[in-house]
Design a protein around this ligand. Structure first.
Ligand SMILES: [Zn+2]
Length: 158
């Protein structure tokens, strides 16, 4: 049996904040604001898995009002979600993601993000795609107000 999931996540950008995407800290004058480490890619992937399993969303599992998750490493959310997925007998077939960020260019960091995701999702790196797009200087991404990530994921129960 196959299940498909979709996830999307947005964080506001501000000065003097770290920018972490797919578990990779990226050199940038603007970083992402959030209760946790504000890793939009890991949040979108986590939400996509929860969506595929119809288990609610990331906010219902890891509330941003919970002090435990203040400045949390978002790989903790993903690891717990992968544990839930495996408990239900599913594994990941493949995952595809898009990160929308105006600056800096993410291409040099994409393979490290894919490596981190492959390890967390317990799949081969050639089953993990991360693409980067700019906002063409329009909308919140283009104006450097936000970073967004979108993910689709396919799960299989054997
Ligand atoms: Zn988020």
């Amino acid at each position: 049996m196959f299940r498909i999931g979709f996830g999307n996540d947005t964080h506001r950008l501000e000065r003097n904040k770290p920018l972490i995407l797919g578990g990779v800290q990226i050199e940038s004058d603007l970083g992402a604001v959030g209760h946790s480490d504000a890793d939009a890619l890991l949040h979108a992937v986590t939400d996509a898995i929860l969506g595929a399993l119809a288990l609610g969303d990331i906010g219902s599992h890891f509330s941003d009002e919970d002090e435990r998750w203040k400045n949390a490493d978002s790989s903790v959310f993903l690891a717990e979600t992968v544990r839930l997925m495996k408990e239900k007998g599913f594994s990941v077939v493949n995952v595809d993601s898009i990160i929308n960020l105006e600056k800096p260019k993410l291409r040099p960091h994409v393979d490290k993000m894919r490596e981190n995701l492959a390890r967390s999702l317990e799949i081969e790196i050639d089953c993990v795609s991360v693409k980067a797009k700019t906002g063409e200087a329009v909308d919140a991404v283009g104006k450097r107000e936000a970073v967004k990530a979108e993910t689709v994921i396919l799960l299989e129960k054997k």
